[in-house]
Design a binder for this molecule. Structure first.
Ligand code: NAD
Ligand code: ZN
Ligand code: ZN
Length: 340
């Protein structure tokens, strides 16, 4: 049996183990991809820690921002061929037959599988995906630049798209991490004005560089007062910080008739003030990654140079250290791992 190097979560309490595991065997309709790069999402850290209500499979190879070339296709594959450059995404598979799949809402499919969570992902030399669910990487977009779009990019593009904000409107982004720093760029590319919120000045410097119109450090002052004073509240708030407090602040930053789009996934409840929600006509909605079509559009933005992830490239062997830095908020943008 041929083997590959992978980063494996054996137990939630332990570090990932770098070890040799079998190269995945293909089932009907699947393709095998040789990994070039693999982005590290905060969701991978949730999978490692096991802090969500639905637990991942164990042992687990995380990773849902992996890009590489197809090296093998199984029977039944029509849409992808050997040599194509593709990526995996959180939506690893959906049934294609349920009411959600049939109405363009495949990310709500009850029968879905998730890369690097319910099935193995891309923190390895090889990964497999059903051919119909790969992300197709546009020519001219490097694999390193494409990787963060597979989750962070498509997720924030979609959240902004469903927010109902129109060009010229103000939106707030709470949490300028892997998702948030792309949210700022998609928001600008979509014609919105952006106020960026984080607890670290470095993140806000990055947000400014990426086009944020206003920034506020919420560890130094009340971001709600700032946003109300400066722009009269926002039409849409995108919450991509992994804590309850920024969700509450994001809700409060929304003006009458506006929308909070909940995206980050701290395992906490958020109290909703009923009077304010009713009288101010506020909407609170959840948004989960994006469909395959959303992903194609999000990748196209990147291919056209309208968004560009702020990446640093590190080897797979650093994975535990990367998670430590992520937990402390010490990563600027996204880390993309190579398999060397
Ligand atoms: P990240 O660690 O890269 O970024 C988090 C950012 O939040 C950091 O910049 C940090 O400084 C900032 N932050 C921390 N506390 C804050 C506070 N109190 N106020 C403002 N900012 C604060 O994480 P990421 O990879 O961007 O992922 C963020 C979350 O989104 C995770 O929970 C992840 O699981 C979730 N996620 C959801 C979806 C979805 O489809 N809904 C998709 C991908 C990721
Ligand atoms: Zn992700
Ligand atoms: Zn379905």
């Amino acid at each position: 049996m041929s083997m590959m190097k992978a980063a494996v979560v054996n137990e939630h309490s332990q570090d990932l183990e770098i070890k040799e595991v079998p190269i995945p065997e293909l089932a009907y309709g699947e393709v095998l991809v040789k990994t070039e790069v693999s982005g590290v999402c905060h969701t991978d850290l949730h999978a490692k820690i096991g802090d969500w209500p639905v637990k991942p499979k164990l042992p687990l190879i995380p990773g849902h921002e992996a890009v590489g070339k197809v090296v093998k296709v199984a029977d039944g594959v029509k849409s992808v061929k050997v040599g194509d450059r593709v990526g995996n995404a959180w939506l690893h598979y959906a049934c294609g037959e349920c009411e959600f799949c049939l109405t363009g809402r495949e990310t709500l499919c009850h029968h879905q599988e998730n890369s690097g969570y319910s099935v193995d992902g891309g923190f390895a030399e090889y990964f497999k995906v059903p051919a119909d669910y790969v992300g197709k990487i546009p020519d001219g977009l490097s694999s390193e630049d494409a990787a963060p779009i597979l989750c962070a990019g498509v997720t924030t593009y979609k959240a902004l798209k469903v927010s109902g904000a129109q060009p010229g409107d103000w939106v707030s982004v709470f949490g300028i991490g892997g998702l948030g720093h792309l949210a700022v760029q998609y928001a600008k590319a979509m014609g919105f004005n952006v106020v960026a919120v984080d607890v670290f000045d470095e993140k806000l410097e990055l947000a400014k560089k990426l086009g944020a119109d206003k920034v506020v450090n919420s560890s130094k002052g009340d971001p709600v007062t700032f946003i109300n004073d400066e722009v009269g509240g926002v039409q849409a708030a995108i919450s991509v910080a992994v804590a309850k407090k920024p969700f509450e602040q994001a809700y409060e930053s929304v003006k009458r008739g506006g929308t909070l789009v909940a995206v980050a996934l701290p395992n906490e409840d958020m109290p909703l003030p009923i009077f304010e929600t009713v009288l101010d006509g506020k909407t609170v909605m959840g948004s989960i990654v994006g469909t395959r079509k959303d992903l194609a559009v999000a990748l196209q933005f990147a291919a056209e140079g309208k968004v560009k992830a702020n990446i640093s490239i590190e080897p797979l062997d650093n994975v535990n250290d990367i998670f430590e830095r992520m937990e402390k908020g010490k990563i600027d943008g996204r880390i993309v791992m190579t398999m060397e």
